[in-house]
Write a protein that binds this ligand. Structure first.
Ligand SMILES: Cc1cc2nc3c(=O)[nH]c(=O)nc-3n(C[C@H](O)[C@H](O)[C@H](O)COP(=O)(O)OP(=O)(O)OC[C@H]3O[C@@H](n4cnc5c(N)ncnc54)[C@H](O)[C@@H]3O)c2cc1C
Length: 383
């Protein structure tokens, strides 16, 4: 039995049915089109938001229904069945918007959050720069105070939702001389259309083809000082505060993809015949699938235990780093074997395992690389 079983209510089930039907009707049939276009149309985000599927956890005053994290899990579980990794609604709903809700002033929340819930505002977060990703303290983008404004200069890259976004939280140095360096970081909201803010090209990637991942340039970009999130110089602290949920959500994304890849592979092994019997009846394949199923089950149990801890407000940064590390690596083992056990069909675009194989790859890289996860875990061991 799932650890979460007794936490699901009838409302959760109704939500699951309704989002599943929505995905089947509105998303699955259009994934190919979006993969080719390299982007999910904004109209899809708006429609998704109008159904109440974006940021349902937000308080009613800001356009949500005060839902718990299980609704986010359900959305991701059902979303994984569409094989549409590019529609990164959970990055928006469960990773970026929480910054606005947690650290924004009342005025900022009233201004932005309803649009985030309706899908009129798609969000992005811009930490990574051409010269630095893992090492946030080395960020070079600056935001210099000039009267009632900040003047932002710098470049960002690999920004998810980078083309679609109407609002981006930029991580910039408001005090380049600060010691330690990370004490000089702040979070500043930049809205689409602000002079000096340019979205760059939609980057060509080996996977996540329908995700608009882009470069961004800020050139003497004047942003009202009122767009600062929280306090100046607290940016690194805020990032660390939200890290737990970010890594947990990334681990969930990897887990649900691994489950789908395993399901596809087992289904295939049951029907594909070679040497007069289904390939799943060859002991080698069945044992390998049994090993993968055990890995996937371990990932599920670990993930669910962390979801419960997180919902109960426990501090589990160390464990979510373990989960992000282990589940992302496990996912990559599952998709690699999945392709192999599909034979030539695994290499064909029309078989979803091929796309999952490509899309899985980034999970050990974004939201903190596997090596950075190991660094955090080892530090936690006192090493
Ligand atoms: C599809 C995609 C979407 C992304 N979306 C976003 C986004 O929305 N916003 C955003 O800000 N960023 C985003 N990123 C960027 C991502 O977070 C970074 O690529 C990642 O953090 C790694 O940074 P880097 O690319 O600069 O690699 P580097 O930090 O240069 O690392 C290179 C290699 O060195 C290793 N390494 C670095 N430091 C250490 C160390 N101390 N010990 C051991 N090994 C180390 C790394 O693990 C890696 O293997 C995205 C990336 C991709 C590919």
């Amino acid at each position: 039995m799932s650890l979460l079983e007794k936490h699901y209510t009838q409302e959760h089930q109704i939500f699951r049915e309704s989002i599943r039907r929505y995905f089947e009707r509105e998303v699955t049939p259009r994934v190919e089109e979006w993969e080719k276009a390299g982007i999910v149309p904004k109209t899809v985000w708006r429609d998704f938001g109008s159904q109440g599927f974006l940021c349902p956890w937000l308080p009613e005053a800001y356009g949500g229904v005060g839902a718990d994290l299980l609704y986010s899990l359900i959305s991701m579980e059902e979303g994984a069945k569409t094989h549409s990794s590019g529609f990164l609604f959970f990055l928006h709903s469960d990773i970026i918007v929480p910054y606005l809700e947690a650290f924004g002033s009342e005025g900022q929340k009233q201004r932005w959050l309803p649009g985030c819930a309706s899908g009129d505002i798609i969000t992005a977060i811009a930490m990574t720069e051409p010269g630095t990703g893992s090492d946030l303290a080395a960020i070079r983008t600056t935001a210099v105070r000039d009267g009632d404004h900040y003047v932002i200069n710098g470049q960002k890259t690999f920004i998810s939702n980078g083309i679609n976004c109407g609002l981006v939280i930029v991580v910039a140095k408001t005090d380049p001389a600060a010691k330690p360096a990370h004490a000089g970081l702040s979070l500043i909201v930049v809205e689409e259309g602000t002079p000096g803010f340019e979205k760059g090209r939609n980057l060509e990637k080996i996977g996540f083809h329908s995700q608009d991942t882009a470069e961004m340039a800020f050139t003497d970009c004047r942003v009202p000082a009122g767009n600062l999130l929280g306090q100046e110089g607290r940016g690194f602290y805020y990032l660390m505060k939200k890290l737990q949920q970010e890594r947990l959500v990334a681990a969930i994304g990897a887990q649900v993809m691994a489950e789908e890849a395993l399901r596809l592979t087992i289904d295939f092994a049951k029907t594909r015949e070679a040497f007069g019997k289904p390939i799943g009846r060859f002991q080698y394949l069945s044992f390998e699938l049994a090993k993968l199923a055990t890995d996937v089950e371990l990932g599920r149990t670990f993930m669910e235990s962390l979801i419960l801890d997180h919902m109960e407000g426990r501090e589990i940064v160390q464990k979510v780093s373990m989960a992000k590390y282990w589940i992302a690596e496990m996912l990559n083992r599952v998709v690699e074997r999945g392709v192999q056990f599909h034979g030539g069909y695994g290499y064909m675009e029309e078989y979803p395992i091929a796309r999952l194989f490509r899309d899985a790859r980034v999970y050990t890289i974004f939201a903190g690389t596997s090596e950075i996860m190991l660094l955090i875990i080892s530090r936690g061991l006192g090493l």
